[in-house]
Design a protein around this ligand. Structure first.
Ligand SMILES: Cc1cc2nc3c(=O)[nH]c(=O)nc-3n(C[C@H](O)[C@H](O)[C@H](O)COP(=O)(O)OP(=O)(O)OC[C@H]3O[C@@H](n4cnc5c(N)ncnc54)[C@H](O)[C@@H]3O)c2cc1C
Length: 382
Protein backbone atom coordinates (compact mmCIF):
# COMPACT_ATOMS: atom_id res chain seq x y z
CA UNK A 1 0.00 0.00 0.00
CA UNK A 2 1.09 3.58 -0.45
CA UNK A 3 1.27 6.40 2.02
CA UNK A 4 1.58 10.02 0.92
CA UNK A 5 4.39 11.67 2.87
CA UNK A 6 4.58 15.33 3.84
CA UNK A 7 7.00 15.79 0.93
CA UNK A 8 4.43 14.38 -1.51
CA UNK A 9 1.77 16.74 -0.18
CA UNK A 10 4.07 19.77 -0.32
CA UNK A 11 5.04 18.89 -3.88
CA UNK A 12 1.37 18.48 -4.85
CA UNK A 13 0.46 21.87 -3.36
CA UNK A 14 3.37 23.60 -5.09
CA UNK A 15 2.43 22.10 -8.48
CA UNK A 16 -1.27 22.87 -7.92
CA UNK A 17 -0.40 26.57 -7.43
CA UNK A 18 1.92 26.58 -10.44
CA UNK A 19 -0.76 24.91 -12.58
CA UNK A 20 -3.38 27.50 -11.59
CA UNK A 21 -1.01 30.41 -11.99
CA UNK A 22 0.96 29.60 -15.14
CA UNK A 23 -0.77 26.76 -16.99
CA UNK A 24 -4.55 27.14 -16.61
CA UNK A 25 -4.68 30.62 -18.18
CA UNK A 26 -2.92 29.30 -21.33
CA UNK A 27 -4.58 25.87 -21.67
CA UNK A 28 -7.44 26.77 -24.03
CA UNK A 29 -5.26 28.96 -26.23
CA UNK A 30 -2.43 26.45 -26.74
CA UNK A 31 -5.05 23.78 -27.51
CA UNK A 32 -6.72 26.00 -30.09
CA UNK A 33 -3.44 27.06 -31.74
CA UNK A 34 -1.75 23.65 -31.32
CA UNK A 35 1.18 25.62 -29.89
CA UNK A 36 4.07 24.12 -27.90
CA UNK A 37 4.28 26.61 -25.02
CA UNK A 38 7.92 27.47 -24.27
CA UNK A 39 6.73 29.83 -21.50
CA UNK A 40 5.19 26.85 -19.67
CA UNK A 41 8.34 24.77 -20.29
CA UNK A 42 10.25 27.59 -18.59
CA UNK A 43 7.86 27.53 -15.61
CA UNK A 44 8.32 23.76 -15.23
CA UNK A 45 12.11 24.16 -15.52
CA UNK A 46 12.12 26.82 -12.79
CA UNK A 47 10.15 24.49 -10.51
CA UNK A 48 12.67 21.67 -11.17
CA UNK A 49 9.93 19.37 -12.48
CA UNK A 50 11.95 17.94 -15.39
CA UNK A 51 14.33 16.55 -12.78
CA UNK A 52 11.76 14.09 -11.39
CA UNK A 53 12.86 11.00 -13.37
CA UNK A 54 16.56 11.39 -12.44
CA UNK A 55 18.83 10.61 -9.47
CA UNK A 56 20.27 13.52 -7.50
CA UNK A 57 23.89 12.88 -8.50
CA UNK A 58 23.01 13.77 -12.12
CA UNK A 59 21.06 16.91 -11.28
CA UNK A 60 17.68 15.21 -10.76
CA UNK A 61 15.38 15.43 -7.76
CA UNK A 62 16.10 11.85 -6.66
CA UNK A 63 12.43 11.46 -5.72
CA UNK A 64 10.24 8.35 -6.07
CA UNK A 65 7.88 7.34 -8.87
CA UNK A 66 4.87 8.42 -6.80
CA UNK A 67 6.14 12.02 -6.84
CA UNK A 68 6.38 11.83 -10.65
CA UNK A 69 2.79 10.53 -10.77
CA UNK A 70 1.41 13.20 -8.44
CA UNK A 71 2.98 15.99 -10.50
CA UNK A 72 1.57 14.67 -13.79
CA UNK A 73 -1.88 14.30 -12.23
CA UNK A 74 -1.88 17.89 -10.89
CA UNK A 75 -0.74 19.43 -14.17
CA UNK A 76 -3.28 17.40 -16.17
CA UNK A 77 -6.16 18.70 -14.07
CA UNK A 78 -5.76 21.92 -16.03
CA UNK A 79 -3.82 20.91 -19.18
CA UNK A 80 -3.12 17.38 -20.43
CA UNK A 81 -0.45 18.55 -22.90
CA UNK A 82 1.53 20.14 -20.06
CA UNK A 83 1.35 17.06 -17.85
CA UNK A 84 2.54 15.05 -20.84
CA UNK A 85 5.75 17.12 -20.97
CA UNK A 86 6.79 15.56 -17.66
CA UNK A 87 5.43 12.08 -18.50
CA UNK A 88 7.43 11.95 -21.73
CA UNK A 89 10.57 13.39 -20.13
CA UNK A 90 10.30 10.13 -18.17
CA UNK A 91 9.32 7.91 -21.10
CA UNK A 92 12.15 9.19 -23.31
CA UNK A 93 14.75 8.96 -20.53
CA UNK A 94 13.78 5.71 -18.82
CA UNK A 95 15.68 3.57 -21.39
CA UNK A 96 18.85 5.38 -20.26
CA UNK A 97 17.83 5.05 -16.57
CA UNK A 98 17.25 1.30 -17.13
CA UNK A 99 20.15 0.38 -19.41
CA UNK A 100 22.52 3.35 -19.66
CA UNK A 101 26.11 3.02 -18.46
CA UNK A 102 27.79 5.55 -16.17
CA UNK A 103 29.31 7.54 -19.04
CA UNK A 104 25.91 7.81 -20.78
CA UNK A 105 24.15 8.91 -17.58
CA UNK A 106 26.76 11.60 -16.99
CA UNK A 107 26.54 12.71 -20.63
CA UNK A 108 22.75 12.89 -20.96
CA UNK A 109 21.07 13.31 -17.56
CA UNK A 110 22.15 16.78 -16.36
CA UNK A 111 20.61 18.62 -19.33
CA UNK A 112 17.52 16.39 -19.31
CA UNK A 113 17.08 16.91 -15.56
CA UNK A 114 17.28 20.71 -15.90
CA UNK A 115 14.83 20.63 -18.81
CA UNK A 116 17.37 22.24 -21.14
CA UNK A 117 16.98 19.09 -23.23
CA UNK A 118 13.54 17.64 -23.96
CA UNK A 119 13.34 13.84 -24.40
CA UNK A 120 11.31 11.67 -26.79
CA UNK A 121 10.76 7.92 -27.16
CA UNK A 122 10.87 6.44 -30.67
CA UNK A 123 9.37 2.96 -30.82
CA UNK A 124 6.28 3.14 -33.08
CA UNK A 125 6.60 2.80 -36.86
CA UNK A 126 3.99 2.91 -39.62
CA UNK A 127 3.98 -0.92 -39.75
CA UNK A 128 4.80 -1.55 -36.08
CA UNK A 129 2.26 -0.13 -33.61
CA UNK A 130 0.84 -2.62 -31.13
CA UNK A 131 3.18 -5.15 -32.71
CA UNK A 132 6.39 -3.34 -31.76
CA UNK A 133 8.34 -6.48 -32.66
CA UNK A 134 7.72 -5.54 -36.31
CA UNK A 135 10.38 -2.78 -36.09
CA UNK A 136 11.89 -2.20 -39.54
CA UNK A 137 14.30 0.64 -38.73
CA UNK A 138 17.79 -0.75 -39.20
CA UNK A 139 21.03 0.00 -37.39
CA UNK A 140 24.23 -1.32 -38.93
CA UNK A 141 27.58 -1.06 -37.21
CA UNK A 142 30.52 0.42 -39.14
CA UNK A 143 33.60 0.62 -36.94
CA UNK A 144 32.93 3.07 -34.11
CA UNK A 145 29.58 4.16 -35.50
CA UNK A 146 26.09 2.89 -36.26
CA UNK A 147 24.25 3.90 -39.41
CA UNK A 148 20.48 4.20 -38.88
CA UNK A 149 17.91 3.98 -41.66
CA UNK A 150 14.15 3.98 -41.28
CA UNK A 151 11.21 5.89 -39.92
CA UNK A 152 9.31 6.31 -36.66
CA UNK A 153 5.86 7.84 -36.50
CA UNK A 154 3.47 9.28 -33.91
CA UNK A 155 6.38 10.35 -31.70
CA UNK A 156 5.50 12.76 -28.89
CA UNK A 157 7.83 15.80 -28.73
CA UNK A 158 9.14 14.92 -32.22
CA UNK A 159 9.88 18.53 -33.19
CA UNK A 160 11.02 19.90 -29.82
CA UNK A 161 13.21 17.14 -28.39
CA UNK A 162 17.02 17.19 -28.27
CA UNK A 163 17.40 13.58 -27.14
CA UNK A 164 15.56 10.61 -28.70
CA UNK A 165 15.72 7.03 -27.49
CA UNK A 166 15.23 4.99 -30.64
CA UNK A 167 14.67 1.27 -31.22
CA UNK A 168 16.16 -0.32 -34.33
CA UNK A 169 16.95 -3.80 -35.56
CA UNK A 170 20.62 -4.72 -35.57
CA UNK A 171 19.81 -8.30 -36.66
CA UNK A 172 16.44 -8.86 -38.41
CA UNK A 173 16.97 -12.65 -38.43
CA UNK A 174 16.59 -12.66 -34.61
CA UNK A 175 13.18 -10.94 -34.36
CA UNK A 176 12.68 -9.21 -31.00
CA UNK A 177 16.11 -10.45 -29.88
CA UNK A 178 17.65 -8.50 -32.77
CA UNK A 179 16.26 -5.12 -31.65
CA UNK A 180 18.65 -2.65 -30.00
CA UNK A 181 18.17 0.68 -28.22
CA UNK A 182 20.08 3.86 -29.08
CA UNK A 183 20.26 7.49 -28.08
CA UNK A 184 20.05 9.83 -31.07
CA UNK A 185 20.74 13.54 -30.54
CA UNK A 186 18.70 15.93 -32.70
CA UNK A 187 21.80 17.34 -34.43
CA UNK A 188 23.13 14.02 -35.75
CA UNK A 189 23.69 14.09 -39.53
CA UNK A 190 21.03 12.10 -41.42
CA UNK A 191 18.32 12.71 -38.83
CA UNK A 192 15.30 14.89 -39.49
CA UNK A 193 11.80 15.44 -38.22
CA UNK A 194 9.05 14.66 -40.76
CA UNK A 195 5.34 15.42 -40.76
CA UNK A 196 3.70 16.81 -37.61
CA UNK A 197 0.18 15.44 -37.09
CA UNK A 198 -3.06 17.40 -36.65
CA UNK A 199 -4.79 15.82 -33.69
CA UNK A 200 -8.10 15.50 -31.83
CA UNK A 201 -6.58 16.18 -28.41
CA UNK A 202 -3.32 16.94 -26.56
CA UNK A 203 -2.98 19.49 -29.33
CA UNK A 204 -0.24 21.54 -27.66
CA UNK A 205 1.98 18.46 -27.68
CA UNK A 206 3.72 18.00 -31.05
CA UNK A 207 3.41 14.44 -32.41
CA UNK A 208 5.33 13.55 -35.55
CA UNK A 209 7.70 11.48 -37.63
CA UNK A 210 11.40 10.83 -37.08
CA UNK A 211 13.32 10.14 -40.29
CA UNK A 212 16.71 8.43 -40.42
CA UNK A 213 18.66 8.46 -43.69
CA UNK A 214 22.16 7.12 -43.19
CA UNK A 215 22.03 8.76 -39.78
CA UNK A 216 25.41 8.36 -38.08
CA UNK A 217 25.65 7.97 -34.34
CA UNK A 218 28.65 6.88 -32.24
CA UNK A 219 28.69 3.27 -31.07
CA UNK A 220 28.85 4.70 -27.54
CA UNK A 221 25.15 5.69 -27.98
CA UNK A 222 24.05 2.02 -27.87
CA UNK A 223 22.10 1.36 -24.65
CA UNK A 224 22.94 -1.96 -23.00
CA UNK A 225 24.02 -4.62 -25.47
CA UNK A 226 22.92 -5.32 -29.03
CA UNK A 227 19.68 -7.33 -28.94
CA UNK A 228 18.52 -5.95 -25.57
CA UNK A 229 16.38 -3.18 -27.08
CA UNK A 230 12.99 -4.92 -27.00
CA UNK A 231 13.42 -5.84 -23.34
CA UNK A 232 14.48 -2.26 -22.55
CA UNK A 233 11.41 -0.92 -24.40
CA UNK A 234 9.04 -3.22 -22.46
CA UNK A 235 10.66 -2.33 -19.10
CA UNK A 236 10.39 1.35 -20.04
CA UNK A 237 6.68 1.02 -20.80
CA UNK A 238 6.07 -0.77 -17.49
CA UNK A 239 7.65 2.17 -15.70
CA UNK A 240 5.99 4.91 -17.73
CA UNK A 241 2.40 3.60 -18.05
CA UNK A 242 1.42 4.84 -14.57
CA UNK A 243 2.39 8.30 -15.88
CA UNK A 244 -0.28 8.02 -18.59
CA UNK A 245 -2.69 6.66 -15.99
CA UNK A 246 -1.92 9.76 -13.91
CA UNK A 247 -2.59 11.92 -16.94
CA UNK A 248 -6.00 10.24 -17.24
CA UNK A 249 -6.67 10.76 -13.51
CA UNK A 250 -5.82 14.44 -13.73
CA UNK A 251 -8.00 15.03 -16.79
CA UNK A 252 -10.94 13.23 -15.13
CA UNK A 253 -10.60 15.05 -11.79
CA UNK A 254 -10.31 18.39 -13.59
CA UNK A 255 -13.55 17.62 -15.45
CA UNK A 256 -15.39 16.65 -12.23
CA UNK A 257 -14.20 19.80 -10.44
CA UNK A 258 -15.42 21.99 -13.27
CA UNK A 259 -18.76 20.21 -13.77
CA UNK A 260 -19.58 20.21 -10.03
CA UNK A 261 -19.02 23.96 -9.71
CA UNK A 262 -20.98 24.62 -12.89
CA UNK A 263 -23.89 22.55 -11.57
CA UNK A 264 -24.16 24.79 -8.50
CA UNK A 265 -24.34 27.90 -10.74
CA UNK A 266 -26.58 26.76 -13.60
CA UNK A 267 -30.26 27.53 -12.87
CA UNK A 268 -33.00 25.52 -14.57
CA UNK A 269 -36.57 25.05 -13.33
CA UNK A 270 -35.88 27.83 -10.81
CA UNK A 271 -33.03 26.07 -8.99
CA UNK A 272 -29.38 25.07 -9.46
CA UNK A 273 -29.14 21.84 -11.46
CA UNK A 274 -26.97 20.50 -8.58
CA UNK A 275 -30.25 20.10 -6.64
CA UNK A 276 -31.39 17.49 -9.16
CA UNK A 277 -30.75 13.96 -8.03
CA UNK A 278 -29.97 12.87 -11.61
CA UNK A 279 -26.99 15.27 -11.66
CA UNK A 280 -25.93 14.40 -8.12
CA UNK A 281 -25.84 10.69 -8.96
CA UNK A 282 -23.72 11.32 -12.04
CA UNK A 283 -21.23 13.32 -9.95
CA UNK A 284 -21.16 10.62 -7.27
CA UNK A 285 -20.40 7.92 -9.85
CA UNK A 286 -17.71 10.07 -11.50
CA UNK A 287 -15.93 10.83 -8.21
CA UNK A 288 -16.09 7.18 -7.11
CA UNK A 289 -14.56 5.90 -10.33
CA UNK A 290 -11.71 8.41 -10.17
CA UNK A 291 -11.01 7.67 -6.51
CA UNK A 292 -10.84 3.92 -7.30
CA UNK A 293 -8.55 4.59 -10.28
CA UNK A 294 -6.26 6.72 -8.09
CA UNK A 295 -5.77 3.86 -5.62
CA UNK A 296 -4.74 1.56 -8.45
CA UNK A 297 -2.40 4.08 -10.08
CA UNK A 298 -0.60 4.99 -6.84
CA UNK A 299 -0.28 1.31 -5.95
CA UNK A 300 1.23 0.54 -9.37
CA UNK A 301 3.79 3.32 -8.83
CA UNK A 302 4.79 1.92 -5.45
CA UNK A 303 5.09 -1.67 -6.77
CA UNK A 304 7.30 -0.46 -9.63
CA UNK A 305 9.45 1.51 -7.22
CA UNK A 306 9.92 -1.66 -5.12
CA UNK A 307 10.60 -3.87 -8.15
CA UNK A 308 7.66 -6.10 -7.11
CA UNK A 309 6.89 -9.08 -9.39
CA UNK A 310 3.28 -7.91 -9.78
CA UNK A 311 4.41 -4.47 -11.04
CA UNK A 312 3.95 -5.16 -14.78
CA UNK A 313 0.38 -6.35 -14.23
CA UNK A 314 -0.52 -3.42 -11.96
CA UNK A 315 1.05 -0.91 -14.33
CA UNK A 316 -1.10 -2.23 -17.21
CA UNK A 317 -4.24 -2.42 -15.04
CA UNK A 318 -3.72 1.15 -13.80
CA UNK A 319 -3.30 2.57 -17.31
CA UNK A 320 -6.26 0.63 -18.68
CA UNK A 321 -8.64 1.36 -15.79
CA UNK A 322 -7.74 5.04 -15.29
CA UNK A 323 -7.98 5.83 -19.01
CA UNK A 324 -11.36 4.09 -19.40
CA UNK A 325 -12.56 6.04 -16.34
CA UNK A 326 -11.27 9.30 -17.82
CA UNK A 327 -13.20 8.71 -21.05
CA UNK A 328 -16.46 7.96 -19.20
CA UNK A 329 -16.07 10.76 -16.68
CA UNK A 330 -15.19 13.48 -19.20
CA UNK A 331 -18.14 12.39 -21.39
CA UNK A 332 -20.41 12.74 -18.35
CA UNK A 333 -18.91 16.13 -17.51
CA UNK A 334 -19.89 17.35 -20.98
CA UNK A 335 -23.39 15.96 -20.32
CA UNK A 336 -23.69 17.86 -17.04
CA UNK A 337 -22.94 21.11 -18.85
CA UNK A 338 -25.55 20.28 -21.51
CA UNK A 339 -25.11 22.33 -24.69
CA UNK A 340 -22.45 24.49 -22.99
CA UNK A 341 -20.37 21.36 -22.51
CA UNK A 342 -20.13 20.98 -26.26
CA UNK A 343 -18.70 24.40 -27.00
CA UNK A 344 -15.13 25.57 -26.66
CA UNK A 345 -15.85 28.34 -24.17
CA UNK A 346 -15.84 25.68 -21.45
CA UNK A 347 -12.90 23.31 -20.82
CA UNK A 348 -14.79 20.02 -20.58
CA UNK A 349 -14.96 19.45 -24.34
CA UNK A 350 -11.13 19.78 -24.46
CA UNK A 351 -10.85 17.37 -21.53
CA UNK A 352 -13.04 14.83 -23.33
CA UNK A 353 -10.88 15.11 -26.47
CA UNK A 354 -7.69 14.85 -24.38
CA UNK A 355 -8.95 11.81 -22.46
CA UNK A 356 -9.26 9.70 -25.62
CA UNK A 357 -5.53 9.38 -26.27
CA UNK A 358 -4.93 7.86 -22.84
CA UNK A 359 -6.81 4.73 -24.04
CA UNK A 360 -4.52 4.50 -27.08
CA UNK A 361 -0.88 5.39 -26.48
CA UNK A 362 1.81 3.52 -24.57
CA UNK A 363 -0.10 0.43 -25.67
CA UNK A 364 -3.83 0.47 -26.46
CA UNK A 365 -6.17 -0.73 -23.75
CA UNK A 366 -6.65 -3.95 -25.72
CA UNK A 367 -2.90 -4.51 -25.46
CA UNK A 368 -3.04 -3.75 -21.69
CA UNK A 369 -5.68 -6.48 -21.37
CA UNK A 370 -3.35 -8.87 -23.20
CA UNK A 371 -0.58 -7.99 -20.70
CA UNK A 372 -2.87 -8.46 -17.68
CA UNK A 373 -4.31 -11.74 -18.97
CA UNK A 374 -0.81 -13.05 -19.68
CA UNK A 375 0.26 -12.21 -16.13
CA UNK A 376 -2.75 -14.04 -14.65
CA UNK A 377 -2.47 -17.12 -16.84
CA UNK A 378 1.31 -17.48 -16.63
CA UNK A 379 0.84 -18.71 -13.05
CA UNK A 380 -1.14 -21.72 -14.24
CA UNK A 381 0.28 -22.53 -17.67
CA UNK A 382 2.92 -25.20 -17.91
C1 LIG B 1 -0.85 11.33 -30.04
C2 LIG B 1 0.02 10.11 -30.04
C3 LIG B 1 1.24 10.14 -29.39
C4 LIG B 1 2.06 9.02 -29.41
N1 LIG B 1 3.31 9.07 -28.83
C5 LIG B 1 4.19 8.04 -29.02
C6 LIG B 1 5.55 8.14 -28.61
O1 LIG B 1 5.97 9.13 -28.01
N2 LIG B 1 6.41 7.11 -28.89
C7 LIG B 1 5.99 5.99 -29.55
O2 LIG B 1 6.82 5.12 -29.78
N3 LIG B 1 4.69 5.85 -29.95
C8 LIG B 1 3.80 6.86 -29.71
N4 LIG B 1 2.50 6.74 -30.14
C9 LIG B 1 2.08 5.51 -30.81
C10 LIG B 1 1.09 4.70 -30.00
O3 LIG B 1 1.73 4.08 -28.92
C11 LIG B 1 0.43 3.71 -30.98
O4 LIG B 1 -0.45 4.47 -31.79
C12 LIG B 1 -0.32 2.60 -30.26
O5 LIG B 1 0.57 1.75 -29.60
C13 LIG B 1 -1.18 1.77 -31.21
O6 LIG B 1 -0.53 1.42 -32.39
P1 LIG B 1 -1.24 1.70 -33.80
O7 LIG B 1 -1.67 3.13 -33.79
O8 LIG B 1 -0.32 1.26 -34.87
O9 LIG B 1 -2.55 0.81 -33.75
P2 LIG B 1 -2.68 -0.73 -34.21
O10 LIG B 1 -1.60 -1.54 -33.56
O11 LIG B 1 -2.81 -0.77 -35.70
O12 LIG B 1 -4.06 -1.13 -33.55
C14 LIG B 1 -5.31 -0.97 -34.20
C15 LIG B 1 -6.40 -1.62 -33.33
O13 LIG B 1 -6.12 -3.04 -33.20
C16 LIG B 1 -6.10 -3.39 -31.82
N5 LIG B 1 -5.13 -4.45 -31.58
C17 LIG B 1 -3.85 -4.52 -32.02
N6 LIG B 1 -3.25 -5.62 -31.54
C18 LIG B 1 -4.15 -6.26 -30.76
C19 LIG B 1 -4.16 -7.47 -29.99
N7 LIG B 1 -3.06 -8.24 -29.90
N8 LIG B 1 -5.30 -7.84 -29.36
C20 LIG B 1 -6.42 -7.06 -29.44
N9 LIG B 1 -6.49 -5.91 -30.15
C21 LIG B 1 -5.36 -5.51 -30.79
C22 LIG B 1 -5.69 -2.11 -31.11
O14 LIG B 1 -6.05 -2.12 -29.75
C23 LIG B 1 -6.43 -1.07 -31.91
O15 LIG B 1 -7.76 -0.98 -31.45
C24 LIG B 1 1.63 7.84 -30.08
C25 LIG B 1 0.38 7.83 -30.71
C26 LIG B 1 -0.41 8.94 -30.72
C27 LIG B 1 -1.72 8.90 -31.46
Amino acid sequence: MYQLTEDHIMLRNMVRDLAQDKVAPRAAEIDEKAEWPWDIVEALRSADLFGLPFPEQYGGTGTDLLSFIIVIEELCKVCASTGLMIAVQGLGSFPIVIAGNEEQKQRFFPKLASGEHIAAFGLTEPGAGSDAAGTKTRAVRHGDEYLLNGQKNFITHASVASIYTVFASTDPSKGTKGISAFVVESDRPGFKVGKIEHKMGIRASPTGELLFEDCRIPASNLLGKEGEGFKIAMQTLDKSRPGIAAQALGIAQGAIDFAAKYATERIQFGQPISNLQGIQFMLADMETQVAAARELVYKAAVLLQKGDREATKYSAMAKMFASDVAMRVTTDAVQILGGYGYIKEYPVERMMRDAKITQIYEGTNQVQRVVVARAILSKYER
